[in-house]
Ligand binder design. Structure first.
Ligand code: NAD
Length: 265
């Protein structure tokens, strides 16, 4: 569903969580450009201000916490109240964390699991009745390459993203009969987001080190993940459900034992 809006496109309604910045903001912008009416969701109301600043009646903001039952009910209600239906859901809100496997506090672990895993489960469950009422629809979960493999000290994040990824597959199976597709995108290193800006700005050697592991030899852009989300939500992906699509510049094509250039040094 790319290019100019048509009447049919304009009737489609999507919600995007974690839309205050980074990948979620890019996805909300992309879906709107593709002709969807969009509810842009984040728990950070101040950083959602960009949405209302557009002055676009087809793009509205909703401040809600995805880790809470009530937050997910508010999100679906916002789509129905404002646009009368729901067709697409991008469950993208997330938080990162790292710490010692032995001593990181379980409060912190619960926080990460609460947003990245519980938030996705609640988001899917809350959306089902509205998607069913639309005759079906599509959901995309922003997982991560860190949901496919492990990272040093990021075990809580790895567990949350791995759980969200496999939940998306299981949900695809259970919701297929309702014509609701569920897929995941697995971004690799994506620059210029709330999560990665601090590294980019303040730890240039680690930023460069991470780039050196990417076969495409660069960080990805939020727009490149947004394009994958928009495609999976669109009818162009109408027979695709239960997949985990890497958007990672080739990171997960590697065994991880070597990085590009290893044998030519
Ligand atoms: P980001 O910080 O710019 O975006 C995440 C957004 O989620 C923030 O605006 C934050 O306020 C919001 N959020 C957090 N908890 C929330 C809650 N409880 N309720 C509602 N909103 C909440 O970072 P990003 O990199 O754009 O992250 C988007 C998604 O992409 C995340 O799920 C992240 O794990 C995933 N991801 C990012 C990368 C990367 O390299 N940037 C790589 C793989 C996966």
């Amino acid at each position: 569903m790319t290019g100019a809006s048509t009447e049919t496109d304009a009737a489609r309604v999507a919600v995007v969580t974690g839309a205050a910045s980074g990948i979620g903001r890019a996805a909300a912008t992309r879906l709107r450009a593709d002709g969807w009416a969009v509810v842009a969701v984040d728990r950070d109301a101040d950083r959602l201000a960009w949405v209302d600043a557009t002055g676009d009646a087809g793009l509205v903001s909703c401040s809600a916490d995805v880790s809470a039952d009530a937050g997910n009910a508010e999100i679906v209600a916002a789509a129905l109240d404002r646009f009368g239906r729901l067709d697409g859901v991008a469950l993208n809100a997330g938080v990162a964390s790292s710490g010692s496997l032995e001593s990181q506090s379980m409060d912190e672990v619960d926080r990460v699991l609460g947003v990245n895993l519980r938030g996705v489960i609640l988001g899917v469950r809350a959306a089902i009745p509205a998607l069913r009422a639309s005759g079906g629809g599509a959901i995309v979960v922003t997982a991560s390459v860190s949901g496919q493999y492990g990272d040093p000290t990021m075990w809580a994040y790895n567990a949350s993203k791995g759980g969200a990824l496999n939940f998306a597959r299981a949900a695809a199976i259970d919701l297929g009969a309702d014509r609701i597709r569920v897929n995941a995108v697995c971004p690799g290193p994506i620059r210029s987001t709330g999560m990665t800006k601090p590294l980019e700005r303040h730890v240039p050697d680690l930023y460069e080190e991470m780039r050196s592991h990417v076969p495409l030899a660069r960080w990805g852009e939020p727009d490149e993940v947004a394009a994958a989300i928009a495609w999976l939500l669109s009818d162009d992906a109408s027979f695709i459900t239960g997949v985990a699509l890497p958007v990672d510049g080739g990171v997960t094509a590697s065994t991880g034992m070597t990085r590009p250039g290893f044998f030519t040094r």
